[in-house]
Design a protein around this ligand. Structure first.
Ligand SMILES: [Zn+2]
Length: 415
């Protein structure tokens, strides 16, 4: 039976060519005694930009599992879905990330708000969090505020969940609820009551993706206060443990960290906290596997280095268009981007070192990395010119993909 294990990792594969190299990193985890469930995630936004179908991701994942003889569970994530696009994924996916961020602050009926406040007023006062010395304070205005901000969004999640049930039943599926693309971070107490409301909607939520404080930009390190992150993350984990008992949510309920790849400065904190609480974790990477493809192409040199340079040249020229869909999750300083001419003069090593996320490498440039991260549309437009290069230089690319997931993610997070 397909079961999401305590640790799981969301691996995006924009061009559906690296599933084997990604899975190999999880096999290396397995050789080190770690069970990590792979979840191939691709959002509707990504599918639209590339012009791909969810079926392609399914075929690629199934083929990788077959070829490598992976006997563990694995999932396909309909990432960031809502009513308007859930059907795009319904037949191929078995992990559904219901995104309610857009519905936060839409007000629910006053009767629903009233009955929510009545039901949960028993929590007013200090709320002790297991394994933590701090207690959270629950007040009447806070209860009302949570209901006003989140009740409608949770009800919307319920509508989408029931639609999924009608279409395909509940056998072997995982439900995640995400709010990470909201404007404001949710506090641990808000998460407590959001989970209460999700339980009221009978949604068997297994992973929840809150918005944390600090910046979770795509493909680069965390920007924020590390002590504050630790306190918040610990409290969130403690709250989840409490809600399982209080509201009858699934035992294996865990946090999901979105845009979680490359957040190297918080990995030691996450690692310590999940071990301290014996908690699970789902880490969704940000589709940075595609950057490992570019690194591999650059390292291969010759015509494939030219392709990598061409992608940068076009990304610069179409900066606004490419950045727009990602405006809230990238921070690029244009003055720090190398010019087209400069990159044209680079050898493969320089290109790779500027792009690879190695903060101790003097050439590493996080602005260069971020613009290329959103530049995958250019590669998609190249069509077979790009995918043929992926196939031709598969070995050198695969090595980068596997190393990135295992050395820079699995090791610091889970080991
Ligand atoms: Zn997300």
């Amino acid at each position: 039976m397909n079961i999401l294990s305590k640790y799981s990792i969301g691996i995006g594969d924009r061009f559906a060519h690296q599933a084997k190299a990604q899975l190999k990193a999880l096999q290396m985890g397995q050789q080190n005694g770690l069970t990590i469930t792979p979840v191939w995630n691709k959002s509707y936004r990504e599918h639209q930009i590339i012009g791909s179908l969810s079926e392609t991701t399914r075929l690629e994942a199934d083929a990788a599992v077959q070829t490598l003889g992976w006997t563990g569970s694995y999932f396909l994530d309909a990432d960031h879905i809502n009513q308007s696009n859930v059907d795009f994924f319904i037949d191929t996916c078995d992990f559904y990330t219901i995104d309610v961020a857009d519905y936060i602050c839409q007000e629910s009926e006053s009767a629903a708000i009233h009955s929510f406040c009545e039901k949960y007023k028993k929590y007013i006062g200090p709320l002790d969090l297991p394994s933590l010395e701090t207690a959270a304070q629950i007040s009447v205005p806070l209860l009302k505020k949570v209901a006003e901000q989140y009740l409608f969004a949770v009800q919307e999640a319920g509508r989408i969940y029931r639609h999924i049930l009608e279409r395909r039943g509940d056998a072997g599926i995982v439900i995640e609820v995400s709010m990470d693309e909201a404007d404001e971070a949710q506090t641990p107490v808000e998460i407590f009551f959001i989970l209460a409301a999700l339980a009221d909607e009978n949604i068997p939520v297994q992973t929840i993706a809150p918005k944390f404080s600090g910046r979770f930009n795509k493909g680069v390190d965390y920007v924020g206060d590390l002590d504050q992150f630790r306190a918040e993350f610990e409290q969130d984990v403690a709250v989840l443990g409490l809600t399982v008992a209080e509201f009858g949510l699934p035992n294996d309920l865990k946090l999901s960290v979105h845009s979680g790849s490359d957040k190297f400065s918080i990995y030691p904190i996450i690692n310590q906290v999940i071990h301290k609480f014996d908690a699970g974790l789902h880490l969704k990477t940000a589709g940075t596997t595609w950057l490992e493809e570019l690194i591999g192409l650059a390292e291969a040199g010759g015509d494939s280095l030219e392709t990598a340079k061409d992608i940068y040249r076009q990304s610069l020229a179409r900066y606004d268009e490419l950045c727009r869909p990602y405006s809230t999750v990238i921070d690029i300083d244009r003055s720090k981007l190398p010019s087209e001419e400069e990159v044209q003069s680079w050898d493969g090593k320089t290109y790779a070192a500027s792009l690879r996320h190695n903060q101790s490498e003097p050439l590493y440039n996080l602005h260069f990395r971020q613009i290329l991260h959103v530049g995958y549309k250019i590669a998609a437009e190249m069509g077979e010119h790009y995918t043929d290069a992926l196939e031709k230089y598969q070995d050198i690319i695969a090595k980068n993909v596997t190393e990135n997931i295992f050395d820079r993610h699995i090791k610091p997070l889970f080991m």
